[in-house]
Design a protein around this ligand. Structure first.
Ligand code: GLC
Ligand code: CA
Length: 536
């Protein structure tokens, strides 16, 4: 597999870098930063959707798959980005949102006009079920034009597509072919394990409906068909798998199955949901976190699956504010979390700003939030009886906007993101936390990430070694061991701000491969310490 040694960098285009001063990040803004990304050492850029869209869900509501939304630039800008990234041997991965389109898509409009062909592109039914939308409320919307309901697992403006219709599948293959021809190197498929819907639509009396459409009946068949017919076997392809199972993920990502090359799952990012509810706060359950990583890492390895490794993306709060500590331990805990992820088996993803330890947004007022899910849930929380303060406190930890604030490039106006008014408020800590500062500081988080990215390239044991987790009595200490031939590597992390006694004397004849403290203490693992020992 040719991605063994690669690291992917995720760009949330709207907030990455604005080249023309309209306050919105754009394609040319990415091109401007290619040298920065090259220097970081990443191999691929996953760029979130920049296709034509009414932007109700920041581009995940596509109204035309083959055109670029003018707020992000032009097709010439894109061709230029491909050319410039090729020069630097960086591949571009595009985000294919194939579970749904915007209701502004011409297909949906034609459906509403009664055109049978397009009615069959979507899921229109006479009766609705009690399923819940992932953004809150019922998942069906009535339309008087057809006197029917259509399914929308996400926002009401995101209508689910009918993958059981062969004609629709062909249509989507053409989208892949179009962008492949433009020279892209791979694809990320949005919530792709939700595309296969059940044969019968019935009420869910025990849950929100997801058990009927998650990893649905024909999902493996549809993925195989898509990959085969568009020749994706040799490309990097990653599926976003919502509420999935290990068994399915092995199948999605085992090369023998000829489906995808890797998968995102989110189980490790739910360990701080109280009663599995994203909108109820709880301290992270470290026992659960450990169990999830050890299970997924070891089983995917044994069964030939391949994980995408990540803490952050545009839907998750910032990891340092979540499982780390973003005040006096911001630098050290960012490095610890990075070490833990980057030495695992799989393909690591860095989300823009993570490499400098950007924090949650810490918005004070509901008017600062722009995300549709956040606003919906704010209202739902109020209806459920939470006070405004409580609801805001929950958003300040759970909102997707926490990771969507503009990238902090330097300490000048708007953190160097834009010369105009940014489309969303910046975090007010950009004077202390920014790229320019980190470039100059040898001990910075940025330089630490650079080292992690290059270690994966240099050390076969990281890219190809076996993996085994070693359970500790103290649940704050995470240890895993990698082995390859005669080599052994131990990654030891402390997920807390306590110093904990730990006898590491057996590592006295090991080399320290990377660490986030400047000296070694064989008797204890210090606050948020990460240390990696290797013996060759
Ligand atoms: C995925 C995207 C998210 C989007 C949703 C609907 O989860 O990452 O941003 O809102 O799909 O497309
Ligand atoms: Ca712009």
């Amino acid at each position: 597999m040719k991605f063994f040694k690669s690291t992917v960098y995720q760009i949330y285009i709207k907030s990455f870098n604005d080249s023309n001063g309209d306050g919105i990040g754009d394609i040319n803004g990415i091109t401007e930063k290619l040298d920065y990304l090259k220097d970081l050492g990443v191999d691929y850029l996953w760029i979130t959707p920049f296709f034509k869209s009414p932007q109700k869900d920041n581009g995940y509501d596509i109204s035309n798959y083959l055109e670029i939304d003018p707020i992000f630039g032009t097709m010439e800008d894109f061709d230029n980005l491909i050319k410039e990234s090729n020069k630097r041997k960086i591949g571009i991965m595009l985000d294919m949102v194939f579970n749904h389109t915007s209701t502004e898509h011409i297909w949906f409009k034609k459906a509403l006009q009664g055109d049978e062909k397009y009615i069959n592109y979507y899921i229109f039914k006479d009766e609705k079920t009690n399923w819940e939308s992932k953004f809150g409320g019922n998942a069906w919307q009535y339309v008087k034009e057809l006197d029917k309901y259509y399914l929308h697992l996400f926002d009401v403006t995101q209508a689910d597509l009918n993958w059981d219709n062969k004609e629709l599948r062909e249509e989507l293959k053409n989208v892949v072919r179009f962008w492949k021809k433009k020279g892209v190197s791979g694809f990320r498929f949005d919530v792709v394990n939700l595309i296969s819907k059940p044969n019968k639509f019935v009420d869910d009396n025990i849950g929100d409906g997801r058990r009927f459409y998650t990893d649905g009946p024909n999902i493996h068949q549809y993925l195989k068909e898509l990959v085969k017919d568009t020749n994706l076997e040799d490309m990097i392809t990653v599926g976003e798998m919502s509420s999935t199972s290990l068994e399915n993920c092995i199948k999605y990502s085992n090369p023998n199955e000829k489906e995808l090359s890797q998968v995102f799952n989110f189980h490790h990012l739910k360990v701080d949901y109280k009663n599995k509810d994203k909108w109820e706060l709880m301290e992270a359950n470290l026992d659960e976190l450990y169990d999830i990583f050890s299970l997924w890492q070891e089983e995917m390895y044994k069964n030939g699956g391949w994980n995408a490794l990540f803490w952050c993306n545009h839907d998750q709060p910032r990891i340092v504010s979540r499982f780390g500590q973003d005040k006096e331990y911001r630098i050290i805990s960012s490095k610890m979390l990075a070490t833990f992820i980057h030495l695992l088996r799989g393909t690591p993803y860095i989300y823009q700003g993570e490499e400098i330890g950007m924090t949650n947004a810490y918005y004070k007022d509901i008017s600062e939030y722009l995300d549709v899910e956040s606003i919906n849930y704010y209202n739902i929380l109020l209806k459920k009886g939470k006070s405004k303060e409580e609801a805001l406190n929950i958003l300040s930890q759970r909102s997707r906007d926490n990771s969507r604030t503009p990238v902090q490039w330097n300490n000048t106006l708007n953190a160097g993101f834009s010369t105009g008014k940014p489309w969303m408020n910046l975090s007010n800590n950009y004077k202390e936390i920014n790229v320019e500062k980190d470039i100059k500081d040898e001990q910075s988080i940025l330089n630490y990430y650079k080292k992690l990215v290059s270690l994966r390239k240099k050390e076969d044991i990281i890219s190809q070694g076996d993996i085994k987790f070693i359970k500790q009595d103290n649940n704050k200490i995470f240890i895993y061991k990698r082995t390859l031939n005669n080599e052994k590597l131990y990654c030891i992390c402390n997920f807390s701000k306590e110093d904990i006694d730990l006898d590491m004397s057996k590592f006295k004849d090991y080399e320290v491969l990377i660490q986030n403290y400047s000296d070694v203490d064989y008797n204890k693992i210090r606050a948020y310490e990460a240390i990696v020992y290797i013996k060759r």
